[in-house]
Design a binder for this molecule. Structure first.
Ligand code: ZN
Length: 244
């Protein structure tokens, strides 16, 4: 039995699957990993993304922030891949209890997932910093310059956790509880170096931890299964094994 067959057997035997995913889940849909230093950002921007996507920079250079944000972060026409679709199907079947994600692109919801803990927020939620009014992403995407609230004139800010900002406590709590109650935890598309990914894994109490990532992670030794292949391909294979 190979590793993918083993993982599909684990999935078949589990009633409480939780998936924890990182940027690698979205890159297969064509969304760039803004944390990777692939040179993409340095072609048009003098500053590293960690600087532009920081709270200080948003407050002091709001217009430049939005230029970068619209150019690089708003990938609204991308589609969910086999990983998103498979997870949504497992949730519908009652097998998967939650998705915990570091991504802000809303692709899990687009695929049909409902219980999604978005640790770093979502580009689809935007709020006026002055009056709190909520705005759809189109309000940001279609405008130019700094988006302002039509009601009060305040600056509209994406509900995305910028560098220097803290994560939402209720989201963390929900993710912790889901992971603590999981019988199978599948971790995919993350090298587990970005806070708080590695810390969240500490809450897992089960004995079936599967890692799907192209590169090695510091958790490989603790995982019962380590699969070094693209996550979309792996999830598609597991899905078809389960359906067979
Ligand atoms: Zn307002």
């Amino acid at each position: 039995m190979n590793q993918i067959e083993m993982l599909s057997q684990w999935v078949a035997e589990s009633q409480n699957v939780v998936f924890f995913g990182g940027a690698g889940v979205s890159t297969e849909s064509g969304i760039p990993d803004f944390r990777s230093q692939d040179g993409l950002y340095h072609q048009h921007y003098d500053l590293p993304p960690e600087t532009i996507l920081s709270h200080d920079y948003f407050m002091s250079h709001t217009q430049e922030f939005y230029r970068f944000y619209r150019d690089k972060m708003l990938c609204l026409d991308v589609k969910p891949n086999a990983a998103h679709l498979t997870l949504a199907k497992w949730e519908q079947q009652g097998k998967l209890k939650a998705v915990v994600t570091q991504n802000i692109d809303g692709l899990h919801q687009k695929a049909g997932s409902r219980k999604v803990y978005e640790l770093h927020g979502s580009v689809y939620r935007n709020y006026c910093m002055s009056c709190g009014a909520a705005y759809p992403v189109e309000q940001i995407a279609q405008g130019e310059g700094v988006p302002h609230c039509p009601h009060c004139g305040g600056i509209i800010k994406p509900d995305v956790v910028l560098y220097q900002e803290s994560l939402d406590g209720r989201t963390i709590q929900g993710a912790v509880e889901a992971i603590a109650n999981a019988d199978l935890l599948i971790v995919g598309g993350t090298s587990l170096v970005v806070y708080p990914a590695a810390g969240l894994l500490e809450y897992y109490r089960g004995n079936r931890l599967a890692l799907i990532n192209r590169d090695a992670t510091s958790y490989d030794q603790r995982a019962g299964l380590v699969i070094r292949e693209p996550i979309g391909k792996v999830m598609e294979e597991i899905s078809s094994l389960l359906d067979a």
